[in-house]
Design a protein around this ligand. Structure first.
Ligand code: C2E
Ligand code: CA
Ligand code: CA
Length: 574
């Protein structure tokens, strides 16, 4: 009896467990997004469960009716589906396939699993249907992002490099050439800063859309970043020669680009061109070379195309090596200061000196500030260098004053980046205090290009510096956008006429007329004048005649170390 009770208990416990399992399976099926078909061979019974009705508007009760599915899928999918649905005919265990449902316009994954017994006879068949449309479109999106630039629809940088690599390999096999055009919009920063980055972005986009039209089997176009585009051309000749493509670009750039806000923007671009195999044999080097020559095009005045040549690359490499050496030089402060005297033309009295930095690299080679200052401005080294220059110059000046008590002007060359430092004025003031020098013994030199790039910010600072009592001098006048009318509004005291005028002032009548009218006008505006680069007696006399206030140049004094300035002062004060 006990045994029987035990058996009944066991059975009801098993039943409870079974109904729990059944409930669990039902729940799993009901909450699944998949459609499932289950077939048991022994019972020859087909069941369609879970989310079957989402996929098909009919149920299947007989395995033969699986053929109904063929009517639901696209024609191209019928035969592959057939193979997968009946894999047991080939003794296979599992297979899946992706097909498209015609009416529902969705992609589904069909996965078939067969369970076999020990004699390898099929016992159960489970077919699972899963909607993968969304998954696929996400995948498509990812694929798109991997190859294309979202802003312009052009190839992105990575994919471009890959495709260019294929061009280069093909060119190797076929003994052909590949050209890379590196395109950088000119003065893009001004558009971004002045009109906002939304306008900037839209401009990049519309330019990109225009460049997209150039694309074909042999021309690939990419948006590299910001305002930079790169074009790769396989076998550039005829209709797809670099010249032709550049002409098309230039023609388009002659017209404005129209933005959605109604703005019409005129722009220009600088283009660098490098070709395989002439410039480089690898893809990345080729792009680098094109970029380097693009910079050359920019430095030659923008809106230009520049073709690769070895000298440009050498120059660039030389600059890179200077840049590297410069880092050490800043760290070790391997610089010295020279001072070039400036004399009053009327009586040749010493008006002041201009502080000029000197750098001898480790091999004892003099590197001109005209070469390394622009590099230091680009990599930020100008900040510590500039501070050092100011301190060294003031230190020397304090020493001269202490020894000779001669009051004059110390002229300092200051870069735009220095002016833009928030603490620039405070730093100068504290150094003046440290060396007990009055602000009106100091003159700061600026160039026109500084003013053109950041007019507002820098003029505000200059006004403050003048209020404190320092003089401001406009350097290299005549080399930039010089217009006499705009001088009127500038907070300056002194104007330095560039050496290029002085060089030809004796031989060229036009230069004479210009120089004379500059001096005449400038004096009317109340500025002091200094002629730079005066090398001969004749130039000196002429400048005296036309009333130029001061002269600076090899004729009366080259840049010299502090000790030699002391000799000069000793003679002056003797
Ligand atoms: P700059 O300010 O125009 O300086 C005048 C340049 O002309 C100096 O060249 C000077 O040596 C040279 N020079 C003066 N008189 C004559 C002459 O009669 N004949 C010839 N052929 N040349 C003459 P340097 O010292 O090589 O400086 C070149 C440029 O480097 C400077 O041009 C200035 O723009 C920059 N620079 C020099 N020192 C500094 C500095 O401490 N800070 C900054 N930011 N720039 C500096
Ligand atoms: Ca200067
Ligand atoms: Ca100058």
């Amino acid at each position: 009896m006990e045994e029987l009770i035990y058996q009944v208990d066991l059975l009801s416990a098993m039943n409870r467990k079974l109904s729990r399992d059944e409930k669990m399976l039902r729940l799993i099926c009901e909450t699944s997004n998949n459609g499932i078909l289950y077939y048991n061979y022994e019972e020859d019974r087909v069941q369609t469960i879970a989310n079957w009705s989402y996929f098909f508007p009919f149920t299947i009760t007989d395995l033969k009716d699986l053929t109904k599915l063929y009517e639901c899928v696209e024609d191209k999918d019928i035969i592959p589906l057939q193979k997968v649905l009946f894999i047991e005919e080939q003794g296979l265990k599992s297979r899946s396939i992706e097909v498209k449902l015609k009416d529902k316009r969705i992609c589904i994954e069909v996965e078939v699993n067969i369970v076999y017994d020990s004699m390898h006879h099929p016992t159960d068949k489970i077919i699972r249907f899963k909607d993968v449309t969304k998954f696929n479109s996400q995948n498509d999106e990812l694929t798109y992002m991997a190859y294309y630039d979202l802003l312009t629809g052009l190839y992105n940088r990575n994919y471009f490099v890959r495709l260019l690599g294929e061009f280069v390999r093909r060119a190797q096999d076929e003994n052909e050439t590949v050209a890379v055009m590196f395109i950088d919009l000119d003065d893009f920063r001004r558009i971004n800063d002045g009109m906002g980055i939304i306008v900037g972005d839209e401009l990049v986009q519309v330019v990109g859309q225009f460049l997209l039209e150039l694309m074909n089997d042999n021309i690939i176009v990419s948006h590299f970043n910001s305002d930079i585009y790169c074009i790769g051309i396989y076998c550039p000749c005829g209709a797809r020669s670099v010249e032709t493509i550049y002409r098309i670009i230039r023609e388009r750039f002659k017209k404005p680009f129209l933005l959605t806000g109604g703005q019409e923007i005129y722009i220009t671009a600088s283009v660098g061109v490098a070709e395989y195999p002439e410039a480089a044999t690898t893809t990345l080097e080729l792009i680098n070379c094109a970029e380097i020559v693009m910079f050359k095009a920019k430095s030659l005045g923008k809106d230009k195309i520049q073709y690769f040549d070895g000298a440009i690359l050498d120059d660039f490499l030389n600059n890179v090596s200077i840049e590297n050496k410069l880092k050490d030089a800043v760290f070790e402060q391997n610089f010295t200061m020279n001072f070039q005297p400036q004399f009053r033309t009327s009586d040749r009295a010493l008006r002041g000196v201009e502080a000029l930095i000197r750098w001898k690299d480790d091999n004892g080679k003099m590197i001109s500030p005209a070469v390394f200052i622009p590099i230091a401005e680009k990599n930020g080294a100008i900040i510590p260098i500039g501070t050092w220059v100011i301190e060294e110059s003031l230190k020397a000046y304090a020493e001269w004053k202490r020894k000779y008590n001669y009051s004059m002007i110390m002229s300092l060359n200051i870069s735009a980046i220095q002016y833009k430092q928030a603490d620039f004025i405070d730093n100068v003031l504290s150094l003046l205090k440290k060396y007990d020098i009055s602000p009106n013994e100091i003159e700061l030199e600026i160039t026109e290009s500084i003013l053109i790039d950041d007019f507002q910010e820098i003029t505000e600072k200059l006004v403050k510096l003048r209020d404190i009592g320092m003089k401001i001098s406009l350097d290299d006048f005549g080399t930039g956008y010089s217009s006499l009318s705009y001088l009127k509004g500038l907070p300056i005291d002194t104007l330095k006429i560039d050496k290029s005028f002085i060089d030809t002032v004796i031989s060229d009548e036009n230069t004479q007329i210009i120089t004379e009218s500059i001096i005449y006008m400038v004096k009317k505006l109340g500025f002091e004048t200094i002629a730079e680069g005066v090398e001969t007696e004749e130039q000196f006399r002429y400048l005296n005649e036309i009333d130029c206030d001061n002269i600076q140049g090899f004729y009366l004094g080259k840049p010299m170390p502090s000790k030699e300035i002391e000799n000069l002062l000793a003679n002056m004060t003797a």
